[in-house]
Ligand binder design. Sequence first.
Ligand code: C2E
Ligand code: MG
Ligand code: MG
Length: 583
Amino acid sequence: MRQGTSEPTKKRLLQKTLDSLDASRRAPRSFYVLMLLIHVVTSLAVPNISRAQTIVTLFGMQIPMAAFAGVVSSLGNICIIMLTVFCGKLGFFTALIVLLAQFPMLAMNIIRSHAYNSIPGFFTNILTLITISIIYVNMRQAEKYQDRIRNQAVTDSLTGIPNRFACSELVVNLVEQGKKFITVSIDLNNFKSINDSMGFGAGNEALKTVASRWKAIADGGLSDTLDFIARLSGDEFALVIRDYDSEEEILRTIQKYKDALQEKMTVDNCDFYVSASFGYAEYPTDSDKMDTLISYADAAMLEAKRSGNSDRIVRFTPELLKEEHTLEIEKKIRAALEKDGVFFHLQPQFDMNQKLRGFEALARIRDEDGKMISPGEFIPVAEKVGLVDKIDVTVFRKSAAFFGQLLKKTNSDITLSVNVSVRHLMKNDFLQETKDILECNGIPAKNLEVEITESVMIDSAERALRCINSLKDMGVQIAIDDFGTGYSSLSYLNSFPADLLKIDKSFVDKMNDSDSMRQYVAAIISMGHIMGFDVISEGVEKQQQIDTLQSIDCDFIQGFLWGKPLPAEEAEKVAVENAERFK
Ligand code: C2E
Ligand code: MG
Ligand code: MG
């Protein structure tokens, strides 16, 4: 155990933290020496100056040298007062000794040498002594008060252990030193239920017991490492571990804190047990920034909590961030579904003469702060957590309601394309739901297009295929989205009941890079045509791409160049204008 070395270091660090809160900073040692020196020199000089017969000429006036004795003596006394004010206890006692030591000398001077001109100096010394004593007593009182405030600022009032402020001061100091350390995020499990079932008083008692057990380990040097424990808030604690050599040593230390909870607690004659989740991150391996490091330790702790396995002590890994991010997005999706926050934008699709073919409805979610989250982010999470069908159906219903009106208004033969996930497609009521939505909004089946991805075609069971066939029988069009990104075989594609092939943006992007890429896209288009599909290119952003696509016989275009995804009102303007133009 490194108890011998660890304790003083620990105290020094806490003192450093406390000192940093001290408003009245002590003067440096050189100031102390300078003041003392000036005082000694002036004290020795005063008797000689007062006896001197010399006449000094100053500003044309003839002044006897002895007249300066008072000035020099006052300078010496000011230094004595400065020592008391700026050099604390040491300064005061030095001043006291120096002044007291002068009394016998002055008295001897007066009695033996009849140097009556020393009498004012004698009384000045007495007055200075009284002055510095008053200053010192007052300063001590102010310091005591300041000490109390400083201690309160870094101590958690409930448990008496360091608080969040002390902890972050320590971490900042350690980061400045650049030495490795571990920060452990600790959260008590089900603490709320103790508060709820036994009352806040019992909850507070439990927190105090936990803190005192952990303090005993940290301050008593009961682990092999140098530890610092703090309460951050509520049931959140933080442990900072230093002086470790291996991962095993870290885990052994954390285990000690875990084990300290195994003993039962008794509050108001009730016995109960408390457990906690522990997650940790290392400086500088995981992050060299304080805030990031703490949030990483938190992410590890949440993972330990989520796993429900109270024996787990989790070390931060970058994978945890993805998990965190997923959870955050999932929360936003759920909130949006509950609060009607899922809506749609419409991206226009055109033929090569820029005549409107229709719109693709694209899901949009706004979070509680009003910020839009991209579908590229939330659709994969919604798929993972089984919410994508709810998004699909919301977008379908809302966009169909708008589109039905638009068809009537423009009296044009345009198409509404909706993205459908496998999960949605496989639902028992999907067909009936589609029929209802079409009927309810007066949309002919041929004006609806269902977009499925290539992966749906490949991976999905018979049931999905049966469903697609039924849609087709109803007259609904089928589009294969993101074509080229999956691995569908030609023979499978040939038998697939699709109407439209959507060439993925990644091919359109590279199409003009080389002749072979251009030929590749041209081959997809002619192959699509041979199989009886129309072909649309996605993500068209440049005129040059349109020129190429025209030259290789592409049928339709969808991309930012001719139309970005638009809110319903703006999409309506595009539809109305286009209907006018191609009347
Ligand atoms: P997608 O079905 O392939 O939709 C086309 C995506 O490409 C849209 O992104 C659109 O904004 C974007 N895009 C179109 N033209 C351009 C262009 O010229 N440049 C660039 N950079 N991007 C362009 P968005 O809206 O972010 O949607 C991403 C994907 O999310 C969609 O890809 C689709 O797979 C999925 N998604 C969107 N809405 C829904 C929905 O309601 N249900 C389901 N299941 N998936 C959806
Ligand atoms: Mg799509
Ligand atoms: Mg696509």
